[in-house]
Ligand binder design. Structure first.
Ligand code: RFL
Ligand code: PHB
Length: 390
């Protein structure tokens, strides 16, 4: 098999990259270990930045998004007895959109089918070769057990946090930074209308809680829990009681509506950055190169920003202009580190530990962010997102 760009991973980074390349007349093949249905049903991100939405619209992926996404002007920031609204539109002139990653993925799959994109699902043994030559390749086994070699001009690793691409950059070349956190998120999806018009990020002595949503009938919630928590230890009653307490039941008459829980999972939190994001003919994009804890809602948006930068760089490279591809890693990493800092900052401001001094500092910082225009504008600028190309 031969193509111009071999893409490993059919998550949002891989499928959006193949879409952008196709619009530039560049051919690609996407390889994916999971099935199409599995990838499309993974419940993950919920918030798109303004610039992600602008890009999806520009490249013809905005039709359903324009009909179904819920624009939000801002978020609520809360601690016991106080809830403050931060209006991003007033503060920085930008907003965010509630549109699940599952929906973005469905739109990308539909577009891939429509243009006849070759996506090979359920592959195994993906291995990268000859990345330092201009004839790199990827070998894999298809679902019938047949082995293949996909030759390409360029290989792009969009294979998320557990894929092989990241470690295909030699040990002596790659550098990485990592932070793990002492807590995880217990996430649930429930068939209940949201009890709020915009997301609530709540600091509480018992731990952080987040009230998010997917639609007018489906709510998404997260609770800070200790690492190693087993979902089986949390009955429905325990979950709803903890959410009601942490989200401020009774605060100015507010109450939390409950309903059937349709999904529950525990996710550990991690910050990770690897550089460079390019080595020879291998490029990395999305979670393959960097992971952020979800508190700042940045992971999916970073994946979109990476491939928005990478697609034109690869198109130029294939025409003989190397400059944008040579600049890709440094340019992408500027935004990656900004989002890494913002996600760490939101996470450490909102999750409670055992140190009473730290708690007082967090409360002081929350009060400053929520009540000072300068503090609020800093959060708003980062949350609503920097322009692509920052
Ligand atoms: P993905 O989506 O993980 O896709 C990588 C794909 O590569 C495949 N793969 C392989 N394919 C071939 N060969 C191999 N050897 C392979 N190994 C792996 C995988 O099967 C997979 O299909 O990475 P991508 O495309 O970079 O996209 C990144 C985003 O998915 C991720 O950053 C976000 O989901 C993070 N995130 C959030 N981001 C936001 O912007 N806003 C949010 O509100 C938000 N909330 C979240 C989140 C992530 C969460 N979880 C579960 C980690 C909430 C949660 C709960
Ligand atoms: C979500 O709706 O899944 C979500 C929203 C905001 C976050 C993280 C996750 O910060």
């Amino acid at each position: 098999m031969r193509t111009q760009v071999a893409i490993i991973g059919a998550g949002p980074a891989g499928l959006l990259l193949s879409h952008l390349l196709a619009a530039d007349g560049v051919e690609s093949v996407v390889l994916e270990t999971r099935s199409e249905e599995y990838v499309a049903s993974r419940i993950r991100a919920g918030i798109l930045e303004q610039s992600s939405v602008d890009l999806l619209r520009e490249v013809g992926l905005g039709e359903r998004l324009d009909r179904e996404a819920d624009p939000h002007r801002g978020i609520y920031l809360q601690w016991p007895h106080e809830r403050h609204h931060l209006d991003f539109v007033d503060l920085v002139g930008r907003q965010v959109f509630v549109y699940g990653q599952t929906e973005v993925q469905k739109d990308l799959v539909t577009a891939a089918h429509a243009r006849g994109q070759q996506v090979v699902y359920e592959v195994s043994d993906t291995a990268l070769h000859d990345l330092e030559t201009d004839r790199p390749s990827v070998t894999f086994t298809d679902q019938d057990g047949q082995e293949h070699r996909l030759e390409a001009d360029v290989v792009v690793g969009c294979d998320g946090s557990f894929g092989p691409s990241r470690s295909a950059i030699p040990d002596g070349v790659r550098q990485s930074w990592e932070r793990t956190y002492d807590y995880s998120w217990f996430g649930i999806l429930a068939d209940v209308p949201p009890s709020t018009d915009e997301l609530i990020y709540a600091w509480h002595d018992d731990g952080f809680a987040l009230h998010s949503m997917r639609s007018s009938t489906v709510s998404r919630f997260y609770l800070q829990v200790p690492n190693g928590t087993d979902v089986a230890d949390w009955s429905d009653d325990r979950i709803w009681d903890a959410l009601a307490v942490r989200l401020g039941h009774g605060l100015d008459g507010w109450s939390l509506a409950t309903g059937p829980i349709t999904d529950r999972s525990v996710l550990p939190m991690r910050s990770f950055v690897q550089q460079p994001m390019r080595h020879g003919r291998l490029f990395l994009a999305g979670d393959a190169a960097h992971i952020v804890p979800p508190t700042g809602a940045k992971g999916l948006n970073l994946a979109v920003a990476d491939v928005a930068l990478l697609a034109p760089a690869l198109t130029a490279l294939l025409k003989g202009d190397h400059a944008p591809a040579d600049a890709y890693s440094d340019t992408a990493l500027r935004r990656v580190w900004r989002c890494t800092h913002f996600s760490w900052w939101m996470t450490t401001m909102l999750h409670t530990g055992t140190d009473p001094f730290d708690r007082q500092l967090q409360l002081s910082q929350l009060r400053w962010v929520a009540t000072s225009e300068a503090g609020a504008a800093g959060l708003a600028e980062n949350y609503a997102g920097l322009r692509i190309g920052f």
